[in-house]
Design a binder for this molecule. Structure first.
Ligand code: M6R
Length: 613
Protein backbone atom coordinates (compact mmCIF):
# COMPACT_ATOMS: atom_id res chain seq x y z
CA UNK A 1 0.00 0.00 0.00
CA UNK A 2 1.27 3.55 0.55
CA UNK A 3 5.01 3.88 1.06
CA UNK A 4 7.00 6.23 3.27
CA UNK A 5 10.65 7.21 2.98
CA UNK A 6 12.42 9.81 5.08
CA UNK A 7 16.08 10.77 4.95
CA UNK A 8 18.38 12.83 7.09
CA UNK A 9 22.10 13.06 6.43
CA UNK A 10 24.64 15.45 4.97
CA UNK A 11 23.25 16.05 1.46
CA UNK A 12 21.62 14.39 -1.51
CA UNK A 13 18.31 13.74 0.25
CA UNK A 14 16.31 14.03 -2.99
CA UNK A 15 18.15 11.21 -4.74
CA UNK A 16 18.00 8.95 -1.71
CA UNK A 17 14.27 9.58 -1.33
CA UNK A 18 13.48 8.96 -5.00
CA UNK A 19 15.63 5.81 -4.91
CA UNK A 20 13.74 4.68 -1.82
CA UNK A 21 10.36 5.33 -3.45
CA UNK A 22 11.44 3.25 -6.44
CA UNK A 23 12.19 0.37 -4.08
CA UNK A 24 8.67 0.70 -2.72
CA UNK A 25 6.98 0.80 -6.12
CA UNK A 26 6.16 -2.89 -5.85
CA UNK A 27 3.72 -2.15 -3.05
CA UNK A 28 1.26 -0.59 -5.52
CA UNK A 29 0.46 3.13 -5.59
CA UNK A 30 -1.00 5.75 -7.85
CA UNK A 31 0.76 9.05 -7.06
CA UNK A 32 3.92 10.21 -5.33
CA UNK A 33 5.51 13.24 -3.74
CA UNK A 34 8.42 14.53 -1.75
CA UNK A 35 9.33 17.45 0.50
CA UNK A 36 12.79 18.84 1.26
CA UNK A 37 13.97 21.30 3.88
CA UNK A 38 15.52 24.35 2.26
CA UNK A 39 16.59 26.94 4.81
CA UNK A 40 13.41 28.52 6.20
CA UNK A 41 11.23 26.75 3.67
CA UNK A 42 9.72 23.39 2.92
CA UNK A 43 9.79 22.62 -0.80
CA UNK A 44 7.24 20.15 -2.10
CA UNK A 45 7.00 18.39 -5.44
CA UNK A 46 4.24 15.93 -6.38
CA UNK A 47 3.02 14.00 -9.38
CA UNK A 48 0.16 11.70 -10.23
CA UNK A 49 1.25 8.33 -11.57
CA UNK A 50 4.66 6.76 -11.33
CA UNK A 51 7.75 7.72 -9.33
CA UNK A 52 9.44 8.41 -12.68
CA UNK A 53 6.93 11.25 -13.19
CA UNK A 54 7.81 12.63 -9.78
CA UNK A 55 11.51 12.41 -10.47
CA UNK A 56 11.07 14.41 -13.68
CA UNK A 57 8.74 16.87 -12.01
CA UNK A 58 11.09 17.51 -9.08
CA UNK A 59 13.92 18.30 -11.47
CA UNK A 60 11.80 21.00 -13.10
CA UNK A 61 10.31 22.29 -9.81
CA UNK A 62 13.68 22.61 -8.09
CA UNK A 63 17.16 23.93 -8.78
CA UNK A 64 20.01 21.42 -9.19
CA UNK A 65 21.56 22.94 -6.04
CA UNK A 66 18.52 22.13 -3.93
CA UNK A 67 18.43 18.68 -5.46
CA UNK A 68 22.03 18.07 -4.48
CA UNK A 69 22.34 19.96 -1.21
CA UNK A 70 19.15 19.33 0.74
CA UNK A 71 20.00 17.02 3.62
CA UNK A 72 16.54 16.32 5.08
CA UNK A 73 13.34 15.24 3.41
CA UNK A 74 10.34 12.96 3.38
CA UNK A 75 8.63 11.18 0.50
CA UNK A 76 5.58 9.07 -0.20
CA UNK A 77 3.83 6.81 -2.67
CA UNK A 78 0.07 7.05 -2.22
CA UNK A 79 -2.54 4.35 -2.76
CA UNK A 80 -5.71 6.43 -2.84
CA UNK A 81 -8.25 6.03 -0.06
CA UNK A 82 -9.71 9.51 0.57
CA UNK A 83 -9.99 11.32 -2.76
CA UNK A 84 -8.76 10.30 -6.21
CA UNK A 85 -5.07 9.87 -7.09
CA UNK A 86 -4.44 13.48 -8.13
CA UNK A 87 -1.44 15.70 -7.57
CA UNK A 88 -3.25 17.76 -4.93
CA UNK A 89 -4.22 14.67 -2.94
CA UNK A 90 -0.69 13.22 -3.12
CA UNK A 91 1.49 13.50 0.01
CA UNK A 92 3.40 15.28 1.55
CA UNK A 93 0.74 17.61 2.95
CA UNK A 94 1.52 20.91 4.63
CA UNK A 95 0.05 22.57 7.70
CA UNK A 96 -1.69 25.97 7.53
CA UNK A 97 1.65 27.85 7.74
CA UNK A 98 3.30 25.77 5.04
CA UNK A 99 6.26 25.19 7.34
CA UNK A 100 5.45 21.62 8.43
CA UNK A 101 5.20 18.68 6.01
CA UNK A 102 3.77 15.25 6.71
CA UNK A 103 3.60 11.88 4.94
CA UNK A 104 1.17 9.31 6.28
CA UNK A 105 0.18 5.68 5.80
CA UNK A 106 -3.06 4.45 7.36
CA UNK A 107 -6.43 6.08 7.90
CA UNK A 108 -7.45 8.87 10.25
CA UNK A 109 -10.95 7.70 11.04
CA UNK A 110 -12.16 10.87 12.80
CA UNK A 111 -10.76 13.22 10.15
CA UNK A 112 -14.14 14.75 9.31
CA UNK A 113 -14.72 15.94 12.87
CA UNK A 114 -11.13 17.19 13.15
CA UNK A 115 -11.40 18.98 9.82
CA UNK A 116 -14.56 20.89 10.71
CA UNK A 117 -13.10 21.88 14.06
CA UNK A 118 -9.97 23.20 12.35
CA UNK A 119 -12.04 24.97 9.68
CA UNK A 120 -13.90 26.89 12.38
CA UNK A 121 -10.46 27.99 13.61
CA UNK A 122 -9.65 29.36 10.13
CA UNK A 123 -7.75 26.47 8.53
CA UNK A 124 -8.06 26.05 4.75
CA UNK A 125 -7.76 22.65 3.14
CA UNK A 126 -6.63 22.01 -0.41
CA UNK A 127 -7.16 18.27 -0.68
CA UNK A 128 -9.80 15.68 0.15
CA UNK A 129 -7.43 13.63 2.28
CA UNK A 130 -7.47 12.63 5.91
CA UNK A 131 -3.69 13.21 5.91
CA UNK A 132 -3.92 16.93 5.24
CA UNK A 133 -6.16 17.19 8.32
CA UNK A 134 -3.43 15.58 10.43
CA UNK A 135 -0.81 17.98 8.99
CA UNK A 136 -3.00 20.94 9.98
CA UNK A 137 -3.68 19.44 13.38
CA UNK A 138 0.06 19.13 14.05
CA UNK A 139 0.52 22.74 12.98
CA UNK A 140 -2.35 23.78 15.23
CA UNK A 141 -0.74 22.03 18.21
CA UNK A 142 2.71 23.47 17.48
CA UNK A 143 3.90 25.84 20.19
CA UNK A 144 7.55 25.70 19.09
CA UNK A 145 8.31 22.04 19.80
CA UNK A 146 7.54 19.77 16.83
CA UNK A 147 7.90 16.55 18.82
CA UNK A 148 5.35 17.72 21.41
CA UNK A 149 3.03 18.99 18.68
CA UNK A 150 3.03 15.58 16.98
CA UNK A 151 2.35 13.85 20.34
CA UNK A 152 -0.52 16.24 21.10
CA UNK A 153 -2.02 15.77 17.64
CA UNK A 154 -1.74 11.99 17.74
CA UNK A 155 -3.57 11.92 21.07
CA UNK A 156 -6.58 13.37 19.22
CA UNK A 157 -6.48 10.93 16.35
CA UNK A 158 -8.56 7.77 15.93
CA UNK A 159 -7.38 5.27 13.37
CA UNK A 160 -4.05 4.06 12.09
CA UNK A 161 -0.89 5.84 11.13
CA UNK A 162 2.72 5.50 10.15
CA UNK A 163 4.02 9.06 9.73
CA UNK A 164 7.11 11.15 9.10
CA UNK A 165 7.09 14.90 9.77
CA UNK A 166 9.56 17.70 9.11
CA UNK A 167 9.51 21.38 9.99
CA UNK A 168 11.44 24.26 8.49
CA UNK A 169 11.73 25.72 12.00
CA UNK A 170 13.45 22.60 13.34
CA UNK A 171 15.82 21.40 10.62
CA UNK A 172 18.04 18.46 11.38
CA UNK A 173 15.29 16.18 12.66
CA UNK A 174 12.45 14.02 11.43
CA UNK A 175 9.66 12.99 13.77
CA UNK A 176 8.23 9.56 12.99
CA UNK A 177 5.54 7.54 14.73
CA UNK A 178 3.36 4.51 14.20
CA UNK A 179 0.10 2.91 15.19
CA UNK A 180 -1.01 0.05 12.98
CA UNK A 181 1.22 1.00 10.02
CA UNK A 182 4.85 -0.13 10.07
CA UNK A 183 7.86 2.17 10.42
CA UNK A 184 11.47 1.00 10.25
CA UNK A 185 14.43 3.28 10.91
CA UNK A 186 17.71 2.46 9.20
CA UNK A 187 20.70 3.63 11.21
CA UNK A 188 23.68 4.58 9.04
CA UNK A 189 26.90 6.52 9.50
CA UNK A 190 25.84 10.10 10.13
CA UNK A 191 22.61 9.42 8.28
CA UNK A 192 19.29 7.79 8.95
CA UNK A 193 16.62 6.54 6.60
CA UNK A 194 13.05 5.99 7.67
CA UNK A 195 10.72 3.75 5.71
CA UNK A 196 7.49 1.85 5.86
CA UNK A 197 9.27 -1.20 4.49
CA UNK A 198 12.86 -2.36 4.86
CA UNK A 199 13.34 -2.72 1.11
CA UNK A 200 13.79 1.07 0.89
CA UNK A 201 16.60 0.85 3.45
CA UNK A 202 18.54 -2.17 2.17
CA UNK A 203 20.82 -0.22 -0.14
CA UNK A 204 21.97 2.03 2.74
CA UNK A 205 22.34 -0.03 5.86
CA UNK A 206 21.55 -3.40 7.41
CA UNK A 207 21.04 -1.91 10.90
CA UNK A 208 17.42 -1.16 11.65
CA UNK A 209 15.06 -0.30 14.48
CA UNK A 210 11.41 -1.36 14.23
CA UNK A 211 8.97 0.97 15.94
CA UNK A 212 6.14 -0.59 17.95
CA UNK A 213 2.61 0.78 18.01
CA UNK A 214 2.39 4.16 19.77
CA UNK A 215 6.15 4.73 19.56
CA UNK A 216 7.29 8.15 18.42
CA UNK A 217 10.91 8.86 17.50
CA UNK A 218 13.06 11.94 17.03
CA UNK A 219 15.47 10.96 14.28
CA UNK A 220 18.61 12.99 13.60
CA UNK A 221 21.59 12.06 11.42
CA UNK A 222 23.40 10.70 14.48
CA UNK A 223 20.75 9.49 16.92
CA UNK A 224 17.34 7.93 17.29
CA UNK A 225 15.44 8.90 20.44
CA UNK A 226 12.27 6.84 20.93
CA UNK A 227 9.47 7.66 23.38
CA UNK A 228 5.85 6.73 23.83
CA UNK A 229 3.11 9.23 23.12
CA UNK A 230 3.32 10.43 26.74
CA UNK A 231 6.97 11.32 26.24
CA UNK A 232 8.28 8.40 28.30
CA UNK A 233 11.52 6.99 26.78
CA UNK A 234 11.32 3.42 25.43
CA UNK A 235 14.14 1.14 24.33
CA UNK A 236 14.05 -0.63 20.99
CA UNK A 237 16.94 -2.84 19.95
CA UNK A 238 18.88 -2.38 16.72
CA UNK A 239 18.33 -5.46 14.54
CA UNK A 240 20.28 -6.72 11.53
CA UNK A 241 18.18 -6.97 8.37
CA UNK A 242 20.18 -9.89 7.05
CA UNK A 243 18.90 -9.23 3.52
CA UNK A 244 20.98 -8.96 0.41
CA UNK A 245 20.04 -5.92 -1.69
CA UNK A 246 20.43 -8.11 -4.83
CA UNK A 247 17.43 -10.10 -3.56
CA UNK A 248 15.29 -7.10 -4.40
CA UNK A 249 16.52 -6.94 -8.04
CA UNK A 250 15.04 -8.71 -11.07
CA UNK A 251 18.21 -10.71 -11.75
CA UNK A 252 17.72 -10.96 -15.51
CA UNK A 253 14.02 -11.89 -15.43
CA UNK A 254 11.54 -9.66 -17.21
CA UNK A 255 9.34 -9.42 -14.13
CA UNK A 256 9.71 -9.98 -10.41
CA UNK A 257 6.82 -12.43 -10.59
CA UNK A 258 8.64 -14.65 -13.06
CA UNK A 259 11.81 -14.42 -10.99
CA UNK A 260 9.93 -15.33 -7.84
CA UNK A 261 8.23 -18.30 -9.51
CA UNK A 262 11.66 -19.53 -10.63
CA UNK A 263 13.12 -19.00 -7.16
CA UNK A 264 10.75 -21.54 -5.64
CA UNK A 265 12.99 -24.61 -5.65
CA UNK A 266 15.39 -22.54 -3.57
CA UNK A 267 12.83 -20.73 -1.41
CA UNK A 268 11.15 -24.05 -0.64
CA UNK A 269 14.48 -25.64 0.22
CA UNK A 270 15.05 -22.72 2.61
CA UNK A 271 11.61 -23.19 4.18
CA UNK A 272 12.19 -26.92 4.69
CA UNK A 273 15.92 -27.08 5.46
CA UNK A 274 16.71 -28.27 8.98
CA UNK A 275 13.03 -28.63 9.82
CA UNK A 276 12.49 -32.32 9.07
CA UNK A 277 13.50 -34.96 11.59
CA UNK A 278 14.25 -38.05 9.55
CA UNK A 279 15.11 -40.05 12.65
CA UNK A 280 11.81 -39.53 14.43
CA UNK A 281 9.68 -39.15 11.30
CA UNK A 282 8.56 -35.73 12.42
CA UNK A 283 9.44 -32.07 12.02
CA UNK A 284 11.37 -29.60 14.13
CA UNK A 285 9.67 -26.23 14.31
CA UNK A 286 11.17 -24.66 17.39
CA UNK A 287 9.52 -21.29 16.69
CA UNK A 288 6.10 -22.81 17.43
CA UNK A 289 7.14 -22.69 21.07
CA UNK A 290 4.99 -25.68 22.04
CA UNK A 291 5.96 -29.05 23.45
CA UNK A 292 4.64 -32.32 21.97
CA UNK A 293 2.65 -32.60 25.21
CA UNK A 294 0.94 -29.25 24.61
CA UNK A 295 0.31 -30.10 20.97
CA UNK A 296 -1.27 -33.41 21.94
CA UNK A 297 -3.67 -31.51 24.20
CA UNK A 298 -4.91 -29.10 21.51
CA UNK A 299 -8.52 -29.41 20.51
CA UNK A 300 -8.59 -27.30 17.37
CA UNK A 301 -6.46 -25.45 14.84
CA UNK A 302 -7.89 -22.15 13.55
CA UNK A 303 -6.11 -20.45 10.67
CA UNK A 304 -6.65 -16.83 9.66
CA UNK A 305 -5.39 -14.92 6.63
CA UNK A 306 -6.41 -12.97 3.53
CA UNK A 307 -6.11 -13.55 -0.20
CA UNK A 308 -3.42 -16.01 -1.15
CA UNK A 309 -2.55 -16.61 2.49
CA UNK A 310 -6.17 -17.59 3.07
CA UNK A 311 -5.87 -20.15 0.29
CA UNK A 312 -2.72 -21.58 1.88
CA UNK A 313 -4.70 -21.86 5.12
CA UNK A 314 -7.39 -23.81 3.27
CA UNK A 315 -4.81 -26.36 2.12
CA UNK A 316 -3.62 -26.46 5.74
CA UNK A 317 -7.15 -27.28 6.87
CA UNK A 318 -7.11 -30.47 4.82
CA UNK A 319 -3.61 -31.28 6.05
CA UNK A 320 -4.38 -30.91 9.76
CA UNK A 321 -7.58 -32.94 9.59
CA UNK A 322 -6.19 -35.62 7.33
CA UNK A 323 -2.69 -35.99 8.77
CA UNK A 324 -3.12 -34.94 12.38
CA UNK A 325 -6.68 -35.97 13.17
CA UNK A 326 -7.42 -32.59 14.65
CA UNK A 327 -10.39 -30.38 13.95
CA UNK A 328 -9.17 -27.54 11.76
CA UNK A 329 -10.90 -24.53 10.31
CA UNK A 330 -10.10 -21.43 8.32
CA UNK A 331 -11.51 -18.04 9.01
CA UNK A 332 -11.33 -14.97 6.82
CA UNK A 333 -9.21 -12.56 8.86
CA UNK A 334 -11.35 -9.54 7.97
CA UNK A 335 -14.38 -11.16 9.57
CA UNK A 336 -12.70 -12.76 12.56
CA UNK A 337 -12.91 -10.01 15.17
CA UNK A 338 -16.40 -8.94 14.16
CA UNK A 339 -17.97 -12.36 14.57
CA UNK A 340 -16.84 -12.64 18.18
CA UNK A 341 -15.18 -16.02 17.60
CA UNK A 342 -15.50 -18.76 20.15
CA UNK A 343 -11.95 -19.59 21.22
CA UNK A 344 -10.37 -21.21 24.23
CA UNK A 345 -7.00 -22.14 25.66
CA UNK A 346 -6.88 -25.44 23.75
CA UNK A 347 -7.29 -23.67 20.40
CA UNK A 348 -4.24 -23.09 18.29
CA UNK A 349 -4.61 -19.97 16.12
CA UNK A 350 -2.21 -19.64 13.21
CA UNK A 351 -2.02 -16.23 11.53
CA UNK A 352 -0.74 -16.60 7.97
CA UNK A 353 0.69 -13.62 6.13
CA UNK A 354 3.50 -12.99 3.67
CA UNK A 355 4.01 -9.37 4.70
CA UNK A 356 3.18 -9.77 8.37
CA UNK A 357 1.47 -6.38 8.13
CA UNK A 358 -2.01 -7.13 6.76
CA UNK A 359 -4.35 -5.06 8.93
CA UNK A 360 -7.13 -7.64 9.15
CA UNK A 361 -4.79 -10.51 9.98
CA UNK A 362 -3.11 -8.41 12.64
CA UNK A 363 -6.51 -7.55 14.15
CA UNK A 364 -7.38 -11.27 14.17
CA UNK A 365 -4.15 -11.98 16.07
CA UNK A 366 -5.08 -9.42 18.69
CA UNK A 367 -8.59 -10.84 19.04
CA UNK A 368 -7.29 -14.40 19.41
CA UNK A 369 -4.81 -13.27 22.08
CA UNK A 370 -7.64 -11.57 23.98
CA UNK A 371 -9.54 -14.84 23.99
CA UNK A 372 -6.64 -16.76 25.48
CA UNK A 373 -5.86 -19.01 22.52
CA UNK A 374 -2.35 -20.21 21.64
CA UNK A 375 -1.44 -17.78 18.86
CA UNK A 376 1.40 -18.14 16.43
CA UNK A 377 2.28 -16.77 13.03
CA UNK A 378 3.48 -18.05 9.73
CA UNK A 379 5.07 -14.99 8.21
CA UNK A 380 7.69 -14.20 5.58
CA UNK A 381 8.89 -10.72 6.53
CA UNK A 382 11.22 -10.96 9.51
CA UNK A 383 10.49 -8.40 12.20
CA UNK A 384 7.04 -7.60 10.80
CA UNK A 385 4.27 -6.57 13.19
CA UNK A 386 2.43 -9.90 13.16
CA UNK A 387 5.68 -11.78 13.78
CA UNK A 388 6.49 -9.54 16.72
CA UNK A 389 3.03 -9.47 18.22
CA UNK A 390 2.55 -13.22 18.12
CA UNK A 391 6.00 -13.74 19.62
CA UNK A 392 6.04 -17.34 18.39
CA UNK A 393 5.88 -18.66 14.89
CA UNK A 394 7.68 -20.04 11.90
CA UNK A 395 9.30 -17.81 9.32
CA UNK A 396 8.88 -18.81 5.68
CA UNK A 397 12.43 -17.84 4.61
CA UNK A 398 11.13 -17.19 1.09
CA UNK A 399 13.21 -14.02 0.70
CA UNK A 400 11.71 -10.68 -0.41
CA UNK A 401 8.55 -11.11 -2.46
CA UNK A 402 8.33 -7.98 -4.59
CA UNK A 403 5.65 -8.82 -7.15
CA UNK A 404 2.19 -7.90 -5.89
CA UNK A 405 0.98 -11.34 -6.94
CA UNK A 406 2.09 -13.72 -4.23
CA UNK A 407 3.81 -16.88 -5.49
CA UNK A 408 6.77 -18.15 -3.50
CA UNK A 409 5.17 -17.13 -0.22
CA UNK A 410 2.18 -19.40 -0.93
CA UNK A 411 4.28 -22.47 -1.64
CA UNK A 412 6.41 -21.88 1.46
CA UNK A 413 3.27 -21.37 3.55
CA UNK A 414 1.84 -24.69 2.39
CA UNK A 415 5.17 -26.47 2.99
CA UNK A 416 5.38 -25.15 6.54
CA UNK A 417 1.74 -26.05 7.21
CA UNK A 418 2.48 -29.59 6.01
CA UNK A 419 5.42 -29.76 8.40
CA UNK A 420 3.21 -28.50 11.24
CA UNK A 421 0.58 -31.11 10.39
CA UNK A 422 3.32 -33.74 10.37
CA UNK A 423 4.48 -32.63 13.80
CA UNK A 424 0.97 -32.70 15.23
CA UNK A 425 0.18 -35.93 13.39
CA UNK A 426 3.24 -37.65 14.77
CA UNK A 427 2.06 -36.78 18.28
CA UNK A 428 -1.47 -37.98 17.71
CA UNK A 429 -1.68 -40.81 15.21
CA UNK A 430 1.32 -41.36 12.94
CA UNK A 431 3.76 -44.18 13.50
CA UNK A 432 7.43 -43.39 12.94
CA UNK A 433 7.28 -45.06 9.52
CA UNK A 434 4.21 -43.13 8.44
CA UNK A 435 5.79 -39.91 9.65
CA UNK A 436 9.00 -40.74 7.84
CA UNK A 437 7.16 -41.41 4.60
CA UNK A 438 5.49 -38.01 4.71
CA UNK A 439 8.73 -36.30 5.74
CA UNK A 440 10.41 -37.78 2.64
CA UNK A 441 7.56 -36.47 0.48
CA UNK A 442 7.95 -33.00 1.97
CA UNK A 443 11.70 -33.18 1.43
CA UNK A 444 11.08 -33.77 -2.28
CA UNK A 445 8.98 -30.62 -2.77
CA UNK A 446 11.80 -28.38 -4.15
CA UNK A 447 12.61 -31.03 -6.77
CA UNK A 448 8.94 -31.48 -7.73
CA UNK A 449 8.67 -27.73 -8.25
CA UNK A 450 11.89 -27.61 -10.27
CA UNK A 451 10.39 -30.17 -12.63
CA UNK A 452 7.28 -28.04 -13.15
CA UNK A 453 9.37 -24.95 -13.82
CA UNK A 454 11.24 -26.89 -16.51
CA UNK A 455 7.93 -26.95 -18.39
CA UNK A 456 7.82 -23.17 -18.55
CA UNK A 457 8.00 -23.02 -22.36
CA UNK A 458 5.27 -25.62 -22.82
CA UNK A 459 3.07 -23.78 -20.33
CA UNK A 460 3.68 -20.53 -22.25
CA UNK A 461 2.50 -22.23 -25.47
CA UNK A 462 -0.64 -23.49 -23.75
CA UNK A 463 -1.28 -20.06 -22.22
CA UNK A 464 -1.32 -18.52 -25.69
CA UNK A 465 -4.53 -20.47 -26.39
CA UNK A 466 -6.34 -18.79 -23.47
CA UNK A 467 -5.29 -15.19 -23.97
CA UNK A 468 -8.41 -13.95 -25.72
CA UNK A 469 -10.96 -15.11 -23.18
CA UNK A 470 -12.58 -12.67 -20.80
CA UNK A 471 -13.91 -15.30 -18.36
CA UNK A 472 -12.49 -18.49 -16.90
CA UNK A 473 -13.44 -21.05 -14.27
CA UNK A 474 -11.04 -22.94 -12.05
CA UNK A 475 -12.25 -26.11 -10.37
CA UNK A 476 -10.87 -28.67 -7.96
CA UNK A 477 -11.84 -30.97 -5.13
CA UNK A 478 -10.30 -31.79 -1.77
CA UNK A 479 -7.00 -29.96 -1.26
CA UNK A 480 -7.08 -29.05 -4.95
CA UNK A 481 -10.13 -26.86 -4.29
CA UNK A 482 -8.04 -24.11 -2.63
CA UNK A 483 -5.48 -24.59 -5.42
CA UNK A 484 -8.27 -23.79 -7.90
CA UNK A 485 -9.18 -20.68 -5.86
CA UNK A 486 -5.55 -19.60 -5.87
CA UNK A 487 -5.25 -20.23 -9.62
CA UNK A 488 -8.29 -18.03 -10.25
CA UNK A 489 -6.98 -15.29 -7.97
CA UNK A 490 -3.62 -15.29 -9.73
CA UNK A 491 -5.16 -15.10 -13.20
CA UNK A 492 -7.63 -12.34 -12.37
CA UNK A 493 -5.20 -10.12 -10.49
CA UNK A 494 -2.52 -10.00 -13.14
CA UNK A 495 -4.36 -10.59 -16.45
CA UNK A 496 -7.69 -8.88 -15.59
CA UNK A 497 -9.54 -11.90 -16.97
CA UNK A 498 -12.62 -12.53 -14.88
CA UNK A 499 -11.73 -15.82 -13.22
CA UNK A 500 -13.77 -17.71 -10.64
CA UNK A 501 -12.62 -20.60 -8.51
CA UNK A 502 -15.18 -23.20 -7.50
CA UNK A 503 -15.34 -26.56 -5.87
CA UNK A 504 -15.75 -28.87 -8.86
CA UNK A 505 -19.08 -30.15 -7.54
CA UNK A 506 -20.43 -26.65 -7.01
CA UNK A 507 -20.37 -25.64 -10.67
CA UNK A 508 -23.61 -27.38 -11.46
CA UNK A 509 -25.38 -25.51 -8.66
CA UNK A 510 -25.42 -22.32 -10.69
CA UNK A 511 -22.18 -21.24 -12.39
CA UNK A 512 -22.52 -23.89 -15.10
CA UNK A 513 -25.20 -21.62 -16.61
CA UNK A 514 -22.33 -19.40 -17.77
CA UNK A 515 -20.53 -22.08 -19.75
CA UNK A 516 -20.63 -21.65 -23.51
CA UNK A 517 -18.66 -23.05 -26.39
CA UNK A 518 -15.01 -22.38 -25.66
CA UNK A 519 -15.38 -21.05 -22.08
CA UNK A 520 -12.14 -22.06 -20.36
CA UNK A 521 -12.43 -24.40 -17.39
CA UNK A 522 -9.11 -25.02 -15.69
CA UNK A 523 -9.46 -28.24 -13.74
CA UNK A 524 -6.98 -29.37 -11.10
CA UNK A 525 -7.37 -33.12 -11.44
CA UNK A 526 -4.22 -34.70 -10.05
CA UNK A 527 -4.09 -38.25 -8.66
CA UNK A 528 -5.83 -38.58 -5.31
CA UNK A 529 -9.08 -39.76 -3.79
CA UNK A 530 -11.08 -36.96 -5.44
CA UNK A 531 -9.70 -37.35 -8.97
CA UNK A 532 -12.38 -39.57 -10.50
CA UNK A 533 -15.14 -37.34 -9.25
CA UNK A 534 -13.33 -34.29 -10.66
CA UNK A 535 -13.09 -36.06 -14.03
CA UNK A 536 -16.87 -36.54 -13.85
CA UNK A 537 -17.32 -32.82 -13.26
CA UNK A 538 -15.02 -32.10 -16.21
CA UNK A 539 -17.26 -34.22 -18.43
CA UNK A 540 -20.22 -32.09 -17.35
CA UNK A 541 -18.32 -28.99 -18.52
CA UNK A 542 -17.22 -30.59 -21.77
CA UNK A 543 -20.81 -31.52 -22.52
CA UNK A 544 -21.59 -27.81 -22.46
CA UNK A 545 -18.80 -26.89 -24.85
CA UNK A 546 -16.18 -25.71 -22.31
CA UNK A 547 -12.52 -25.82 -23.25
CA UNK A 548 -10.69 -27.81 -20.58
CA UNK A 549 -7.16 -27.20 -19.39
CA UNK A 550 -6.22 -29.84 -16.85
CA UNK A 551 -3.50 -30.01 -14.26
CA UNK A 552 -2.89 -33.74 -14.17
CA UNK A 553 -0.41 -36.22 -12.78
CA UNK A 554 2.35 -37.31 -15.15
CA UNK A 555 1.40 -40.52 -16.94
CA UNK A 556 -2.32 -40.29 -16.12
CA UNK A 557 -3.64 -40.92 -19.63
CA UNK A 558 -7.26 -41.29 -18.47
CA UNK A 559 -7.18 -37.73 -17.23
CA UNK A 560 -5.32 -36.44 -20.30
CA UNK A 561 -8.02 -37.87 -22.54
CA UNK A 562 -10.77 -35.63 -21.19
CA UNK A 563 -8.69 -32.47 -21.52
CA UNK A 564 -8.21 -30.14 -24.48
CA UNK A 565 -4.85 -29.14 -22.98
CA UNK A 566 -3.03 -30.41 -19.97
CA UNK A 567 0.00 -29.62 -17.82
CA UNK A 568 1.38 -32.73 -16.17
CA UNK A 569 2.98 -32.43 -12.75
CA UNK A 570 5.10 -35.10 -11.02
CA UNK A 571 3.35 -37.77 -8.96
CA UNK A 572 3.21 -36.93 -5.23
CA UNK A 573 1.11 -37.30 -2.09
CA UNK A 574 -2.17 -35.45 -2.81
CA UNK A 575 -1.43 -32.78 -0.20
CA UNK A 576 2.15 -32.32 -1.39
CA UNK A 577 0.93 -32.14 -5.00
CA UNK A 578 -0.93 -28.91 -4.17
CA UNK A 579 2.43 -27.15 -4.39
CA UNK A 580 3.60 -28.18 -7.89
CA UNK A 581 -0.01 -27.84 -9.13
CA UNK A 582 -0.07 -24.24 -7.90
CA UNK A 583 3.28 -23.50 -9.54
CA UNK A 584 1.88 -24.73 -12.87
CA UNK A 585 -1.04 -22.31 -12.46
CA UNK A 586 1.29 -19.46 -11.48
CA UNK A 587 3.22 -19.93 -14.72
CA UNK A 588 0.00 -20.22 -16.72
CA UNK A 589 -1.33 -16.94 -15.27
CA UNK A 590 1.99 -15.21 -15.78
CA UNK A 591 2.15 -16.11 -19.48
CA UNK A 592 -1.49 -15.22 -20.14
CA UNK A 593 -0.96 -11.81 -18.48
CA UNK A 594 2.32 -11.28 -20.33
CA UNK A 595 0.75 -12.05 -23.70
CA UNK A 596 -2.08 -9.64 -22.87
CA UNK A 597 0.52 -6.93 -22.25
CA UNK A 598 -0.43 -6.42 -18.61
CA UNK A 599 1.66 -4.65 -16.02
CA UNK A 600 2.40 -7.85 -14.17
CA UNK A 601 4.33 -6.79 -11.08
CA UNK A 602 2.06 -3.88 -10.18
CA UNK A 603 -1.47 -4.72 -11.27
CA UNK A 604 -3.94 -1.86 -11.27
CA UNK A 605 -5.68 -1.01 -7.99
CA UNK A 606 -3.67 -3.54 -5.99
CA UNK A 607 -1.21 -3.11 -3.15
CA UNK A 608 1.37 -5.57 -1.92
CA UNK A 609 0.70 -5.08 1.72
CA UNK A 610 -2.84 -4.16 2.71
CA UNK A 611 -2.52 -2.14 5.88
CA UNK A 612 -6.06 -0.76 5.98
CA UNK A 613 -9.30 -2.62 6.75
O1 M6R B 1 0.86 -10.21 3.17
P1 M6R B 1 -0.32 -11.11 3.25
O2 M6R B 1 0.00 -12.52 2.92
O3 M6R B 1 -1.05 -11.00 4.55
O4 M6R B 1 -1.30 -10.57 2.12
C1 M6R B 1 -2.57 -11.10 1.95
C2 M6R B 1 -3.15 -10.70 0.61
O5 M6R B 1 -3.27 -9.31 0.52
C3 M6R B 1 -2.30 -11.21 -0.56
O6 M6R B 1 -2.11 -12.58 -0.50
C4 M6R B 1 -2.99 -10.85 -1.90
O7 M6R B 1 -4.17 -11.58 -2.04
C5 M6R B 1 -2.04 -11.10 -3.07
N1 M6R B 1 -2.13 -10.01 -4.01
C6 M6R B 1 -2.35 -12.31 -3.84
O8 M6R B 1 -1.47 -12.51 -4.89
Amino acid sequence: MCGIVGYIGKANAASVLIGGLKRLEYRGYDSAGLALLDGDNVRVSKAAGKVANLSERARTDWTPELFQNAATGIAHTRWATHGPPTEVNAHPHLDETGGIALVHNGIIENYRALRSRLETKGHHFLSETDTEVLAHLIGDCNKGDLFQAVCDALHQVEGTFGIAVISAKEPGKIITARRGSPIVIGVGNSEAIIASDASAILAHTQRVIYLDDNDIAIVTADAVDIRDLNNVPVTREIAELGLDSAAAEKGGFEHFMLKEIHEQPESLANAIRGRLDLQLGSSVLAGMGTSQRELADLSRVVMVGCGTSLHAAMVGEYAFEDLADIHAEVQQAAEFRYRNPILGNRDFVIAISQSGETADTLAAVREAKQKGAFVMSLVNVVGSTIARETGRGVYLHAGPEISVASTKAFTSQVSVLLMMALKLGRGRRFSRDEGLKLAREIESIPELVRRVIEKNDTIAEIAARYVDNEHAFFIGRGPMFPVALEGALKLKEISYIHAEGYHAAELKHGPIALLQKGTPVIAVACEGPAKDKTLGNIEECRARGARILGIVTEGDHDAEEVMDDFIAIPRAHPLVATIPATVALQLFSYHVAHLRGCEIDQPRNLAKSVTVE
